[in-house]
Write a protein that binds this ligand. Sequence first.
Ligand SMILES: [Zn+2]
Length: 188
Amino acid sequence: MAFIRKNVKPNLVASSNVSDDSSSAETFTVAQLLELAKRKGVETSPLDVQKLLSVLGVELLSVPMKDEISGVLSRLENKDGWVVKVNALHHPNRQRFTIAHEIGHYCRHRWQQKEFQDLNFFRNGESNPMEAEANRFASELLMPEPTFKEKVRLFAGSIEAIAQYFKVSTLAVRVRAKNLGMKGHGLE
Ligand SMILES: [Zn+2]
């Protein structure tokens, strides 16, 4: 008699129809990444994005950049590695979203480009499918559905309190609520 390990179905699947068609064998979903984080002892609620990045073997540099640049993910020259540069002048919560967004590019798109330069996500992201996917990835990574719903209940729907808990902007909370089909997020 042997235990048969059932393939545990993740309860949180990246809601991505975008890049599932190509090289998906090598791409990480949000659920897989959160499982990895837990295995490696990375705090997931709220997520320690910096530690997760280091678990992935990606370097992080915090550097002052022009205000419109949030961050950059790029392949290191001469080395088989990647680096995330985040705009040190931005609010820490925004930097967290930037890092999560770059993790999204790293997990889903790094075979397609060797550099990702990111301007203001919410304004410019939607037009490009890759950017939209990285935004969605970041949003799901920082605010996993079960925890998000739990905190919405706990904080009686206070967007400020939820944002404070997850250490994200109130806009990020509104977008997450909207994407989960919740009401009262105040977005069109
Ligand atoms: Zn991007």
